[in-house]
Design a protein around this ligand. Structure first.
Ligand SMILES: [Zn+2]
Length: 275
C-alpha cells in the first residue's frame, strides 16, 4: 500500500477540494440568476465548505487520502472497509453508479429529515472540506512537527470549525424545505472529483471498461494542477467578493464587443441570438 499521498491519487485532496468549491461558486453564481434565484453571499460561501468535502468522497477507498485522515480511526476504518468492498483504490467509489447512489442518499436525507438532515450532512462534509483546504496553508505554515505532536488539534479543529459553520447555516437557512440545495451541492462536488481525475495522465474509468482520459493536468502535483488550483482560488474570491459588494457578474455577450472588433470574426449565428 502506498504511503506517500501523491501516489494514491493522480490529483491530490486539496486540488479536489478547491476544484469542487470553485465549481460550486462559479456554477451557482451564473446558474441561480438564470433560474430566477439570487446567488446570495450566504449560499455561495456556505456551499463552498461542504462541496469541498464532497469533492473528496470518491477517495474514501484509500486510508491515506485526505478524507480518510480527517476523522481519526472512524474515517480510517470506513476507508479500509470501503477499499476492500469497492475492489481497491479508484475502483468502485470512482464509478458513475457510486455518484448516483450518493446523490440519491443525500436527496433522501434532506427530503426525509429536512433541516436536521441537511445540517448533519453540512457538518460532516464541512469538516472534511475544511481539513483538506487547511492542509494547503495552515498545516504547511505551522509545520509538520506541529501536525505530528498535536494530532488531536490537527484533526479536531476542522470538526470544531464545522460545528460553528453548521450553527451559522442553521441561522441562515431556517426552513425545512430550503435544504435541497445542499444535496445538489454535494453531488456537484462529487462529480467535480471524477472530472478532475479524468483530466490526469491515467484518466478515470467511469464505468467498467469505459475510461475517460483527457490528460490536461498531467501527473499529481504538476505545475498545471497547481496553476488550475490557484486560478480556482482567484475565481472564487472574485465571485464571492462581488456578490458581497453587490456587483453583478454577467458573462459578456457578442453585443459587448468594442466597435473596433472586426465584424467578420463574429459568428454568423450570433446575429440571431436573442438579446
Ligand atoms: Zn480520486
Amino acid at each position: 500500500m502506498p504511503t506517500d499521498k501523491e501516489t494514491i491519487d493522480p490529483m491530490m485532496g486539496k486540488g479536489h477540494a478547491v476544484l469542487g468549491a470553485a465549481t460550486w461558486t462559479a456554477g451557482t453564481a451564473y446558474a441561480l440568476p438564470a433560474m430566477g434565484y439570487t446567488a446570495t453571499p450566504a449560499i455561495l460561501l456556505m456551499g463552498c465548505l461542504p462541496v469541498a468535502g464532497a469533492a473528496l468522497r470518491p477517495d474514501i477507498d484509500h486510508p491515506s487520502a485526505s478524507i480518510a485522515q480527517s476523522g481519526g480511526f472512524i474515517t480510517k476504518g470506513i476507508a479500509a472497509a470501503a477499499g476492500k468492498l469497492s475492489g481497491g483504490h479508484r475502483q468502485g467509489t470512482h464509478r458513475l453508479w457510486f455518484l448516483l447512489v450518493c446523490a440519491a442518499f443525500d436527496f433522501a436525507v434532506v427530503t426525509l429529515f429536512g433541516r436536521w438532515g441537511g445540517l448533519a450532512l453540512f457538518f460532516v462534509y464541512t469538516a472534511f472540506g475544511t481539513q483538506a483546504l487547511a492542509k494547503t496553508t495552515l498545516h504547511r505554515g505551522l509545520g509538520r512537527r506541529w501536525r505530528k505532536s498535536t494530532w488531536l488539534l490537527s484533526d479536531l479543529y476542522s470538526w470544531v470549525f464545522a460545528g460553528a459553520a453548521a450553527y451559522g447555516a442553521y441561522l441562515v437557512f431556517p426552513d425545512a424545505g430550503s435544504w435541497w440545495w445542499l444535496a445538489a451541492a454535494l453531488t456537484i462536488g462529487h462529480l467535480s472529483h471524477l472530472i478532475g481525475d479524468s483530466l490526469t495522465t491515467s484518466g478515470l474509468e467511469w464505468a467498467h471498461g469505459h475510461r475517460i482520459r483527457v490528460p490536461l493536468l498531467g501527473n499529481a502535483g504538476s505545475r498545471r494542477e497547481n496553476l488550475l488550483v490557484s486560478a480556482c482560488v482567484v475565481l472564487m474570491v472574485v465571485i464571492i467578493a462581488s456578490s458581497v459588494f453587490g456587483v453583478s457578474l454577467e458573462l459578456p455577450t457578442w453585443d459587448d464587443l468594442p466597435d473596433w472588433f472586426p465584424a467578420s470574426l463574429v459568428p454568423a449565428a450570433a446575429g440571431s441570438l436573442p438579446g
